[in-house]
Write a protein that binds this ligand. Structure first.
Ligand code: NAD
Length: 362
């Protein structure tokens, strides 16, 4: 039986993960009893409270021995004063590094019933369906030297952007493979006019395309232009591949275009075990109130079924069910706008609506 390691984490994490797991149970019901084993562990602030570290060896071992990992979110103001090494967010970096998750896939898709939730005009966002592939374990977040020190009596903060040929080649392949399952277009985003590390990035992405993916169209864009184009005409993009730092920023921008951070799932791939999580954080401002939007986590289960278990039919059932409940007017607070047939619901009711939609269809 495939095994899923579950890290509910902090804040709204446990609330949204609960709904996502019960959607998975409904999928098991309607797909003839093919079951998944799940095992939960502490991660993030709750792990720090219990064990003094944001991720124990035992938690990492469980993740590594599973077929996929589902994560809610980690962090919160309670743990902000902690030293950097034991902050909840360190668990995420450790998990990605140890599981070799070098590619982060973040789809940004606009659901037709939510067009009015986007800050952009309807005609700009209608039909957006893009994926950003962000390099996740290299670049300036990991490069050495780093730190804050005194040099000749002056305080200096240092970070270093480093990319090697193999790091660029492997993430480029993830993007090109993905493009082959979509509309065969990749935009590689860099700052090659200023940063040598991304001059190399541009050259190697082009080489990989010419050598192995001649059937995929490749274009290059500078990151400042991409930030602008995402607002000006987002529909031009299909697959975007970029560095760790640029991806971090552009994915948040892309998510905002779609209306709500509470709607977007993500997958981190590359190693033996895939990690699936909503793109939002632990939302301490609404934690424990039962109002969080569980759809990003539910859609993360769909990505897991697709990428880790090759169960595209069941993934499709979840995606269709989400579209259906939105069309039926179900809205959590973050995506709620007053209108005919629209009703405001909490986390549990939204989860139940999705389960009901799957049962009807499955
Ligand atoms: P956040 O994503 O937690 O919240 C930003 C805003 O969006 C808040 O107003 C929140 O209420 C709202 N929001 C987020 N998810 C929602 C949902 N599912 N439904 C409804 N509303 C939702 O970002 P933040 O406030 O910058 O960070 C809070 C904490 O989360 C910090 O400790 C941060 O480090 C951590 N964080 C964790 C992750 C992760 O675990 N992957 C990612 C980002 C931030």
């Amino acid at each position: 039986m495939p095994k899923i390691c579950v890290f509910p984490g902090d804040g709204i994490g446990p609330e949204v993960v609960r709904e996502a797991l019960s959607v998975l149970r409904t999928i098991e019901e309607v797909s003839g009893g093919r079951r998944f084993e799940t095992e939960e562990e502490l991660l993030g602030g709750v792990s720090y409270d219990a064990h003094g570290v944001p991720m124990t060896d035992q938690a990492l071992a469980l993740a590594a021995a599973s077929d996929a990992v589902l994560l809610g979110a980690v962090g919160g103001p309670k743990w902000d004063p902690l030293p950097f090494e034991v902050r909840p967010e360190r668990a995420l970096l450790g998990l990605r590094k140890n599981l070799g998750l070098f590619a982060n896939l973040r789809p940004a898709k606009v659901h037709a019933p939510l067009l009015c939730a986007s800050p952009l005009r309807r005609e700009l966002v209608e039909g957006i369906d893009l994926v950003v592939v962000r390099e996740l374990t290299g670049g300036i977040y990991f490069g050495e030297p780093r730190g804050i020190r005194m040099e000749n009596g002056i305080e200096v903060g240092i970070n270093t952007e480093v990319y090697t040929r193999p790091e660029i080649e492997r993430v480029a392949r993830v993007a090109f493979d993905l493009a082959r399952k979509r509309s065969r277009r990749v935009t590689s985003v860099d700052k090659s006019n200023v940063l040598e590390s991304t001059e190399l990035w541009r050259r190697i992405v082009t080489e990989v395309r010419n050598r192995e993916y001649a059937d995929v169209e490749l274009s290059h864009m500078l990151v400042d232009n991409c930030a602008m184009q995402l607002i000006r005409y987002p529909k031009q993009f299909d697959v975007i591949v970029t560095t760790n730092l640029f991806g971090d920023i552009l994915t948040d921008e892309a998510s905002m275009i779609t209306g709500s951070i509470g709607m977007l799932p993500s997958a981190s791939l590359g190693g033996k075990v895939g990690l699936y999580e909503p793109i939002h954080g632990s939302a301490p401002d609404i934690a424990g109130k039962g109002v969080a939007n569980p759809l990003a986590t539910i859609l993360s289960i769909a990505m897991m079924l697709k990428y880790s278990f090759d169960r595209t039919v069941e993934a499709g059932l979840i995606e269709e069910a989400v579209t259906r409940v939105l069309a039926e007017g179900y809205r959590t607070g973050d995506i709620y706008r007053e209108g005919p047939g629209v009703r405001r619901v909490g986390t549990k009711d939204m989860g139940e609506a999705v389960r009901e939609a799957i049962r009807k269809r499955g």
